[in-house]
Every structure is written in structure tokens, then in C-alpha cells.
Design a protein around this ligand. Structure first.
Ligand SMILES: NC(=O)c1ccc[n+]([C@@H]2O[C@H](COP(=O)([O-])OP(=O)(O)OC[C@H]3O[C@@H](n4cnc5c(N)ncnc54)[C@H](OP(=O)(O)O)[C@@H]3O)[C@@H](O)[C@H]2O)c1
Length: 344
């Protein structure tokens, strides 16, 4: 999991030297980390964002190596021509851009059409050797009929009818977009590899708080008074980005790769946050005092381990998320109210 330091002396000896890759959604949480790791490994990166002049993308231009090897271009997911232009001449594509919302209209069509356009553009380029798609655990695990002792692995797919019935349009959109990617890649002869991250935590490079960071922020800033009776798997953002780069570089990589460290009950999450940051109003009560505690499920990360990945503990990812909020001024730095504060 170690990468070269991000200076151009290191880049001169790096595996990406002489290769240009496109990262869609470059300014987002995971996209920014993928760009950072690719620059550290010597790649030349073409990042797509919706508005290259927006100040929210300034962090990309400040990354080590960006001045020499990063260009940004504007591309909406519904603009096939802009995606084609961004991908033309590239050796690889990391397709991370996607709406992250439960609004069905905003979610499904851009996710699916954008993914098809990216695969088509890769096929037409004649230069792209592999496309890495950022799918999600949401395309894998939403299945009410899975037995509790079944280990969730890459063979699992979310139940589309269940997603529709529960109005989980994000998971529905991610599952349908991933299916569309597999179909289009098979039809167009594109080498596609998919990463399915679970809920991502850890320091943000971008200035804004995205949906997955809000998951933790609400437990620290007083906006959530209780925690849910729910379970979720977690992974560090650097590991999520690392997984993308690994599956791009490993010649034999193929299929889907679940990217997860550990499954936690929300009670575990608030306990970790309270232990390291007792100064914040972390909720102590579950919103559901009637039903039995939701059981943890097991998720396999064996395929990425087989590629040499070592996962950062989820507690460390949560800790670093909060430190990042403090450093960005999103949370005030308060005096610790207990002596438990220490490195996780
Ligand atoms: N974070 C997680 O916990 C997690 C877990 C599993 C999978 N994922 C997947 O990882 C990918 C990145 O998510 P993230 O967490 O990094 O979210 P994020 O910070 O919200 O980034 C999403 C990116 O997608 C771009 N985007 C959204 N709609 C677009 C559109 N119509 N046209 C062009 N670009 C569009 C955004 O561009 P703008 O900057 O222009 O808005 C942004 O760069 C997504 O595919 C998401 O489904 C995330």
C-alpha cells in the first residue's frame, strides 16, 4: 500500500511514466485520491469535472506533479462528445463520476448513460487498454433473501426489485449502471475491471463534505441525536483509490473487486468516535429501541488481498475523517474532555 513520494524525481522512475489516463469525476472524494495516486506513480492524468474553472477543483491543481502532468476538462455524464474528447488517446480510464443521490431522475439516467458513453469512447479510442469502473457495494449487497451467514463476495448482486420497492435509487442506479458497463464492454470488446467500494471514510482532498463524509459529520456536529440500528461496511479512501490503481496495473486483473475493511454496527461507529473525540456530542442512544440489534454480515476482500492490498482499519479511517474535518475548519477543535484521546 505504499506509493512513491509525490515529487517528479520519484515519478521519473514510476510505473505510469509515459502513460496518459483519464479520470472522470476527478474533483470528487474518491476521484481526487485516484488522481493523487496516479500522479505519484508518474502517470499523466486527464481529469474530467463539470466545470474546470470552479474553485472547488483548485485542490487538484495543487497536487504534487499536477503542474506538469494534470489537465482538467469539462464533461457532463450526459455529454457523449465531451467524454469522447477526454478519453481520446488515453491508455486507460478510471470512471468514477456518478450522481450520489436517491432522487431517481438525477441518479439513474446519468449513471447508466454516462457509463455507456465511457465504454463507447474507450472502444472508439483504439488506445485504451483497460477501463476501471467505480461501482459500489450498493450494486452487490442489497438482497433481502441472502442468508445471514452468507459471506458477501463478488458473485452477489443487489436485488433490483427490492431496491425499487425500498426507493433505494442510489443502489438501483449503481447496479443498473454496472450491468450496463458489463454489457457494453462485452459488446465492444473493452477490457473492463470493476471496483465495488463499501462506505468510504478518511481524509478528503476536496474542500466540500460529500455524502459519505456526512455519514460521520452528523454524529459530531450535533445534528444526529440518535444513531440507527443499522450495519455497514467501511474502507479508507486511500485504500479505495489504491484498489483502482492496482486493478488497472495488474495484467491479470478481471471482474469485480469488493473493496472493504470491516462491517460495523452504527453503535460501533459512535463508540469509536466517542472514544477518540469525547468532546463532541456523539449520540448515545439508538433510534430503534424495539427491534433486535441488526446483525453484522461478512464481506470478502480476498480478491484485493490477492493483489497485495492491506486494508487500513476502519477505526483509523474514522479517526482520520474527524481530523480532516478539524483541519478544514468543518468542525471546531475543542479541548478534549477526557484523557482517552490518542492515536488509534
Ligand atoms: N464515497 C463512498 O462511500 C462510495 C462508496 C462506493 C462507491 N462510491 C462511488 O464512487 C464514485 C465517486 O463517489 P464519491 O464518494 O467520490 O462522490 P463525490 O465526492 O460526490 O463525487 C462524485 C463525482 O461525480 C461527479 N458527477 C456527479 N454527477 C455528474 C454528472 N451528471 N456529470 C459529470 N460528473 C458528475 C461529480 O462532479 P462535480 O464535482 O462536477 O459535481 C463528482 O466529481 C461514485 O461512482 C460513487 O457511486 C462511493
Amino acid at each position: 500500500m505504499t506509493f512513491l513520494d509525490g515529487d517528479d524525481t520519484a515519478a521519473a522512475a514510476a510505473p505510469g511514466r509515459g502513460q496518459t489516463v483519464c479520470v472522470t469525476g476527478a474533483g470528487g472524494y474518491i476521484g481526487s485520491w485516484i488522481v493523487k495516486l496516479l500522479l505519484e506513480r508518474g502517470y499523466t492524468v486527464r481529469g474530467t469535472v463539470r466545470n474546470p474553472d470552479d474553485a472547488k477543483n483548485a485542490h487538484l491543481r495543487a497536487l504534487p506533479g499536477a503542474a506538469e502532468r494534470l489537465s482538467l476538462c469539462g464533461a457532463d455524464l450526459l455529454d457523449a462528445g465531451a467524454l469522447r474528447a477526454a478519453i481520446a488517446g488515453c491508455h486507460g480510464v478510471f470512471h468514477t463520476a456518478s450522481p450520489v443521490t436517491d432522487d431517481p431522475e438525477e441518479m439513474v439516467e446519468p449513471a447508466v448513460r454516462g457509463t455507456r458513453y465511457v465504454i463507447d469512447a474507450a472502444a472508439e479510442s483504439g488506445t485504451v487498454r483497460r477501463v476501471v469502473l467505480t461501482s459500489s457495494i450498493g450494486a452487490v449487497a442489497m438482497d433481502p433473501n441472502r442468508a445471514p451467514d452468507v459471506v458477501v463476495d463478488e458473485s452477489c448482486w443487489s436485488d433490483l426489485e427490492f431496491c425499487k420497492k425500498t426507493k433505494n435509487w442510489y443502489c438501483y442506479g449503481k447496479a443498473v449502471a454496472e450491468q450496463a458497463a458489463w454489457e457494453a464492454a462485452a459488446a465492444r470488446g473493452v477490457d473492463l475491471v470493476v471496483v465495488n467500494p463499501v462506505l468510504v471514510q478518511g481524509p478528503a482532498l476536496q474542500p466540500s463534505v460529500n455524502a459519505s463524509l456526512m455519514h460521520v459529520l452528523k454524529y459530531l456536529n450535533g445534528s444526529a441525536k440518535t444513531y440507527a440500528n443499522a450495519v455497514q461496511a467501511y474502507v479508507h479512501v486511500r485504500d479505495a483509490a489504491d484498489a483502482h490503481v492496482r486493478v488497472f496495473e495488474a495484467p491479470g486483473a478481471a471482474g469485480r473487486y469488493l473493496c472493504a475493511d470491516a462491517v460495523l454496527h452504527r453503535e460501533d461507529v459512535v463508540r469509536i468516535l466517542r472514544k477518540f473525540f469525547p468532546e463532541y456530542p456523539v449520540p448515545e442512544r439508538c433510534s430503534d429501541e424495539v427491534n433486535p440489534r441488526k446483525q453484522l454480515y461478512k464481506v470478502s476482500n480476498q480478491r484485493l488481498r490477492d493483489l497485495g492490498m492491506e486494508f487500513t482499519p476502519a477505526a483509523q479511517a474514522l479517526y482520520e475523517t474527524v481530523i480532516c474535518f478539524q483541519e478544514k475548519g468543518i468542525l471546531p477543535v475543542l479541548p478534549p474532555s477526557s484523557p482517552q484521546k490518542a492515536d488509534p
